[in-house]
Design a protein around this ligand. Structure first.
Ligand code: FES
Length: 109
């Protein structure tokens, strides 16, 4: 497939449910990763867009966290319903503004 144009990282970190930091996996990030896979393949974008689960990206308070490179776009509170909009935005060089993590919250929790 060669090098992708875009690479999406979806946090899959899990903590004990009692941990006050919370974790993306406990907020549904496993389903979000699955939905990215299905959406990208269905859209025929598999050659252009790579996706992988990641460890904690220190945005736990606003997880599930999703980061897109090389754009360096950080999304928070991502649900499966948000995935099609993110994939469409990546394919068209756009950003889903409503999901952006504010700069002051990036890598702060
Ligand atoms: S647990 Fe996902 S960003 Fe920390």
């Amino acid at each position: 497939m060669g090098r992708p144009q875009h690479h999406i990282f979806i946090c899959q970190n899990e903590r004990d449910p009692e941990n006050p930091r919370g974790s993306c996996l406990n907020k549904g990030s496993k389903d979000v990763l699955k939905c990215f896979k299905e959406t990208i393949i269905k859209a025929g974008l598999r050659d252009r867009i790579e996706f992988d689960g990641s460890t904690c990206m220190d945005c736990c308070a606003v997880g599930p966290a999703v980061v897109v490179y090389p754009e360096n776009v950080w999304y928070g509170n991502v649900t499966v319903e948000d995935v099609p909009a993110i994939v469409e935005a990546i394919a068209n060089g756009m950003v889903v503004d409503r999901l952006l993590i504010p700069d002051e919250q990036v890598r702060k929790s």
